[in-house]
Design a protein around this ligand. Structure first.
Ligand SMILES: Cc1cc2nc3c(=O)[nH]c(=O)nc-3n(C[C@H](O)[C@H](O)[C@H](O)COP(=O)(O)O)c2cc1C
Length: 195
């Protein structure tokens, strides 16, 4: 499997890093593109250096490299995951304004009718954000807000992160064991196990 992973500058850089770790461990070929704002959130929100993140991907592409293979529809992929997806990147995708490689790769995913999953993060939402989400949804993308649930009683931040990453992998059709699946209420309450 070959996946493009975009990390943009919304809060929650850890979602993108965790997704890369999991895909790396699964042997999925990943093509990473990181925005400048994401480098800032990675620095502010995590202990990871850019090099640590780059190491998790099979290949990393420069944000201004429009000659990159992932800028072309003729380069076959199984889809693209933008995690986290800022409102600015969402707006670029919604309008087809592809002035960086992440936006161009997402534009390509849409025009080639490939799976595009946007793990958006912002709160509260303006009408502009909501309308952009509607526009990308009409164009075929899946908007998957970074919105973990609590019915499994997660005990750690890592468990919450894994739940969001797991949900994104679900819609990409990638099997995983990041979180326990809900199978109805049990007699004895269970907790979310983080592995
Ligand atoms: C610490 C930090 C947190 C941010 N969180 C968000 C966020 O949750 N959602 C969002 O849309 N923008 C957020 N931003 C603003 C974006 O980084 C900014 O709009 C940037 O232009 C996005 O560029 P990009 O989409 O090219 O990465 C945040 C910025 C910083 C520094």
């Amino acid at each position: 499997m070959r996946l493009i992973v975009g990390i943009s500058g919304a809060s929650g850089a850890v979602y993108g890093i965790r997704a890369l770790q999991v895909l790396h461990d699964m042997g999925v070929e990943t093509h990473l593109v990181i925005t400048d704002a994401a480098l800032e959130t990675i620095r502010l929100e995590t202990d990871y250096k850019k090099a640590d993140v780059v190491r998790l991907a099979t290949e990393t592409h420069r944000l201004d490299d429009f000659a990159s293979k992932i800028a072309s529809g003729s380069y076959l992929t199984d889809g693209m995951l933008v995690i986290p997806c800022s409102m600015k990147t969402l707006a670029g995708i919604a309008t087809g304004y592809s002035d960086n490689l992440l936006l161009r790769a997402a534009d390509v995913a849409l025009k080639e009718r490939r799976r595009l999953v946007l793990v958006v993060r912002e709160t509260p939402l303006s009408l502009i954000h909501i309308e952009n989400m509607a526009a990308v949804t009409r164009a075929g993308a899946i908007v998957l807000p970074a919105m973990p649930s609590f019915y499994q009683r997660p005990k750690t931040v890592e468990a919450l992160v894994d739940q969001v990453v797991g949900k994104a992998l679900d819609v990409l059709g990638i099997d995983h064991r990041l979180s326990r699946r809900w199978s109805g209420p049990e007699k004895k309450r269970s907790v979310l196990r983080h592995e």
